[in-house]
Design a protein around this ligand. Structure first.
Ligand SMILES: [Zn+2]
Length: 75
């Protein structure tokens, strides 16, 4: 029998975009690309549906803000 003491909920973190990153932004549909010139930030969200991990979504930091932070404020 398993009891869940800490419910798994969707949450988001903000991270630098790294070289070789190949994610696509969930808001604008464009690649989240590494740039050596601009130190870009991305938001990575672990999405849980009914307390079960469903997927990872990536966002440009500005797109995540513009979308109203759908998975809470990124930390
Ligand atoms: Zn975007």
């Amino acid at each position: 029998m398993t009891s869940v003491h800490r419910p798994l909920i969707s949450r988001a973190v903000i991270r630098p975009v790294e070289a070789g990153n190949s994610a696509t932004c969930s808001v604008c549909g464009r690649p989240v690309k590494f740039s050596a010139k601009a130190k870009l930030q991305q938001v990575i969200a672990n999405v849980y549906v009914d307390h079960v991990w469903a997927r990872v979504e990536h966002f440009h930091a500005e797109c995540y803000e513009a979308a109203g932070q759908p998975y809470g404020s990124a930390a």
